[in-house]
Write a protein that binds this ligand. Sequence first.
Ligand code: KIV
Ligand code: ZN
Length: 538
Amino acid sequence: MSKRTYDDNTVIIFDTTLRDGEQSPGATLSSAEKLEIARQLSNLGVDVIEAGFPAASPDDLKAVQRIAQEIGTEDGPTICGLSRAVESDILTAWEGVKDAAKPRIHTFLGTSPQHLAMVGITQEEGLERIRMGVTLAKSLCDDVEFSPMDAGRTDMEYLIQACTVAVECGATTLNIPDTVGYVMPAEWEEKLEQLISETPGAGPGSNVVWSVHCHNDLGLATANTLAGVKVGVRQVEVTINGIGERAGNTSLEEVVMALHTRKSFYKLRSNIDSTQIMKTSRMVSNYMGMPIQPNKAIVGANAFAHESGIHQDGVLKDADNFEIMTPESVGLHQSKLVLGKHSGRHALRVRLEELGYKVEGDALNQIFGRFKILADAKKNVTDADLEALMTDEFHKPEEFFTLGDIQIVCGTMGMPTATVRLLSGAGEEIIVAAVGTGPVDAAYRAIDQITNCPNTLIEYNVHSVTEGIDALGEVTVRIQTPDGSRVVGGYGADSDIIVSSVKAYMAAVNRLIAALGQGETIQPEGDAATINVKTSQE
Ligand code: KIV
Ligand code: ZN
């Protein structure tokens, strides 16, 4: 990745996938997964990574600390930790980020009438909280960001007062959130323009950077973010694939590609290497078990597909007829080197390296074995297949149970039966058979009997990585605890979709066990190496 550079026309890309994004239902990640995503965000070229909310839990704190230590290098991005304007939160946020070469504390307080009432304080008390929070953060860290949460519904006079206090106390980034996705682009533009010109000490030429953080409840997050950029905002808070609370956040890829594609309009730049977008998008989607809608701008499966005859003809004559950016510019390649069953280890290694994966030794042998099985079943193995295999093979959550074997009997007889062999962390081998309404249901029931981790399946998605009957099938699932308090996702890929389904479910169950802190205590049901055949549906 090339060095990050800055001038007046640089839009700072503040990525909050690991904080606001991770707050999406089911997006829970382990600390190792967060670290891998942070590494890829750094390769993508983001300027700031909001690594988490350290006061939320000891695990969140540890994850932020690891990212600060390993990704927050001199040449790397700024590492930021979020905190309420509360003393203990701010101290914990500092504990999280202090080892980064460029640490930042981001502190916030709700300033709208609704949010002040929610916390039970007056406007005056709110200003005092901001004074206390920013002053404390500044005493610990030179780089302090302040956000008046729900600014979109905060009256102008109070918003200016809140920002003025933050600047007086040392905040150098003022982030203006549309927390509930309420504002319209034209009104947001007007509001930001007034705020920038009327907040003392924070106008053009000062050391204050204005930022926006827009939610997507009315589908306007990208439009509102770009409206801010037009009137002088020079930091945008975004997430990969637009994930985030409720309808999500502003999507990084949409804002970045708007700035790149419409350079003549904005006359601005960013430090993002746009060719890393697809890889980052797939990684976040797979790790979080959150599929991307096919028509999603930039990263959806159909974003560069041309279906109608007129469009296909036009693109064949000149891609510019219907493509405003090239697939290659976002990292979507049509590989010149087609891999198939005659391809060797070397060709595979080279192609994986081109895709950004360095694989050697045992890991190469492992992925080569998977590649050979797929290549036997499928004529051409594409880049998307390789990325799916890499995620499936190497990206697994901490495993309390691993999949040994699965055998399914199903058909028109109405008794789909799954026999599942799992290995527990203690080295036990447990075999259970169960009957279900279909093969996937039967397999999930058998797994449930072994893992003994009650949950409800709330989402199951299957899709083929490429076209054709021989395609690799990807499955993502989301499961939740019976009380709905925890939601986690899982991903699996295989040319047999029942196997993909089982792998995805195993990943999710392992993640749920970890999230509930049950790894130490969980007792598998059924005896080791016994066959416990369930003959009725439960
Ligand atoms: O949406 C929001 O207001 C936030 C703040 C914490 C910046 O996420
Ligand atoms: Zn938010």
